[in-house]
Design a protein. Structure first.
Length: 216
């Protein structure tokens, strides 16, 4: 099954994609994580993307399409994937359709994670991640059970995203509204769009997502 999680920054796409990956064996393809890894490694792609990401703007369609095309071609993606953060523009959505058609594959569901804009900044500026295993936490909504220790791998090192600050969040939100939200009618017309309430608790959001995936 191939699905997209679509929603503004802070909607919970990464959290839900991680859980789908653990519980259903689908592979999470997060373009944001791929870009952050590229920046950390100092690769050509990372050098091109770094400043754009720090401003909260979108990296070019050309680079993003190439990145996801290479990733989808890897063997683990054949058993089904969850796209988290891609597509973000109409050009990316059209390229994805072409890539899947060329493989004889298709998109089974696009899940819209609907959230109140007012809540997003608080969600975003409080989040942090285990530096070792990538498990996500939040200052207010999901602290580790033992303070300062990752519940999953025991690491004591955590990181915060450079772009998770109030100023950048405004730019990221504007990019979502102008370039990504217009994909909702596109997928609605294809008959694959389902909406979940991203303002409920994490378990309830997950339940709604799995209900939306049933029967595909
Ligand atoms: P995310 O982790 O999905 O919030 O992405 C972090 C940043 O990476 C975004 O603000 C963009 O600068 C960049 N990015 C991630 N995915 C894409 C994409 N599909 N198209 C363009 N830029 C992207």
């Amino acid at each position: 099954m191939n699905i997209i999680l679509l929603g503004p920054p802070g909607a919970g796409k990464g959290t839900q994609a991680q859980r789908l990956q653990h519980e259903r064996g689908m592979v999470q393809l997060s373009t944001g994580d791929m870009l952050r890894a590229a920046v950390a490694s100092g690769s050509e792609l990372g050098k091109k993307a770094k400043a754009v990401m720090e401003r909260g703007e979108l990296v070019s369609d050309e680079l993003m399409i190439r990145l996801i095309e290479d990733r989808i071609a890897q063997p683990d993606a054949a058993k089904g994937f969850i796209l988290d953060g891609f597509p973000r523009t109409e050009a990316q959505a059209e390229a994805l359709d072409r890539m899947l058609a060329a493989k004889g594959a298709k998109l089974d569901r696009v899940i819209e994670m609907a959230v109140d804009e007012a809540a997003l900044t608080e969600r975003i500026v409080g989040r942090f991640t285990c530096a070792k295993c990538g498990t996500g936490y939040h200052d207010k909504f999901k602290r580790p059970k033992v303070e300062g220790v990752c519940e999953v791998c025991g690491s004591r090192e955590f990181t915060r995203r450079k772009d998770d600050n109030i100023e950048t969040v405004k730019t990221r939100m504007a990019a979502y509204k102008a370039q990504t939200a217009p994909l909702l009618p596109y997928y609605s017309a294809e008959g694959v769009l389902r909406k979940v309430d991203g303002m409920t608790g994490m378990d309830e959001v997950y339940r709604q997502i799995t209900a939306a995936l049933a029967g595909t």
